[in-house]
Design a protein around this ligand. Structure first.
Ligand SMILES: NC(=O)C1=CN([C@@H]2O[C@H](COP(=O)(O)OP(=O)(O)OC[C@H]3O[C@@H](n4cnc5c(N)ncnc54)[C@H](OP(=O)(O)O)[C@@H]3O)[C@@H](O)[C@H]2O)C=CC1
Ligand SMILES: O=C(O)C1=N[C@H](C(=O)O)C[C@H](O)C1
Length: 264
């Protein structure tokens, strides 16, 4: 079942359909000629409605407290999952990997960020990491966001830390003793991550890299959730071609290939 390659539209359900992201995802799926929006699930709605509608792919844009139950339900009912919901830990990912072994034909995409700008910043940060002794991540979001640090920032820091470890770099230098707990942000695998919550912002991230006499700043700014929708649609169309758990939309994109937009 490769999405878009068959005659029939791919049947898609959106979980968290009445949320900020969910509303836009419903509209994006609805507008795509190769997709059919068959279920819009909100909190308190029965997941059985998804099966009754014959959904083939579920897009989960809910909350960390709900996403694991939703993924488990989908995998046990033959439904692929694309989720942008946050709250992923190594243990949670391992659990989903385990569930996937019981449903080997199904795919689960966990995408910390669907925006091409954010995906590219993560890639560029990975590439730059080994050239700089210092690095910090700053994420800035709207104050209605439930979690901190953002899933994207955690993932970015993990990718940077892995690239530094692979290159054999020493720990990031830091002689500071905090006078107030939290002043230096969170520690994600040895990389400091800072979270700003400010009315007027939507979703932004900076990766600051520093070496003797120079700094490099990588920055992504999201001004509208429309920026996430091409990535959501890529996930929906490709998830069936990627059985098992995939973390990161970049695994569905050809970032090193010919120039093109994520939704093309
Ligand atoms: N990967 C990416 O690119 C992006 C990821 N996100 C992430 O996506 C998630 C959603 O973000 P956002 O839309 O801003 O958040 P919202 O709070 O606006 O939306 C979440 C929605 O999920 C609903 N919900 C809660 N529990 C369930 C459930 N069990 N089943 C179905 N729906 C449920 C909520 O309902 P109620 O309000 O009634 O509780 C709410 O409508 C967050 O984790 C956010 O960080 C956001 C933007 C981009
Ligand atoms: O809650 C949000 O808004 C966002 N959440 C995701 C995250 O935590 O990384 C993606 C994006 O930053 C917007």
């Amino acid at each position: 079942m490769s999405a878009g390659s068959g005659q029939e539209p791919l049947r898609v359900a959106v979980l968290g359909a009445r949320g900020r992201m969910g509303r836009q995802a419903c509209a994006a799926v609805d507008a795509a000629p190769d997709l059919e929006l068959v279920a819009e699930i909100g909190r308190g709605d029965r997941l059985d409605a998804l099966a009754e509608a014959g959904a083939q792919v579920a897009v989960d844009l809910t909350v960390p407290a709900a996403v694991m139950g939703n993924v488990e339900w989908c995998l046990s009912h033959g439904v692929h999952v694309v989720t942008g919901t946050t709250g992923w830990t190594a243990d949670r990912l391992d659990t989903v990997r385990q569930w996937c072994t019981q449903a080997p034909a199904l795919g689960v995409l966990v995408a910390p960020n669907f925006g091409i700008g954010a995906v590219l910043v993560m890639r560029f940060a990975q590439q730059a990491a080994r050239f700089f002794e210092s690095v910090e991540v700053v994420e800035l979001h709207h104050p209605d966001k439930l979690d901190a640090p953002s899933g994207t920032a955690v993932r970015t820091a993990q990718l940077i830390a892995a690239a530094r470890a692979e290159a054999g770099l020493d720990p990031v230098p830091d002689a500071t003793v905090e006078a107030l707990e939290g002043a230096r942000g969170a520690d994600v695998d040895g990389v400091r991550v800072h979270a700003v919550r400010l009315r007027g912002l939507l979703a932004h991230q900076e990766v600051l890299l520093g070496g003797p006499g120079e700094t490099l700043t990588l920055r992504d700014d999201t001004y509208d959730r429309a920026s996430f929708m091409p990535g959501v649609l890529v996930g929906v169309r490709k998830v069936a071609d990627h059985p098992g758990l995939t973390v990161g939309l970049e695994n569905y994109l050809d970032l090193d290939g010919a120039p093109r937009r994520a939704g093309d």
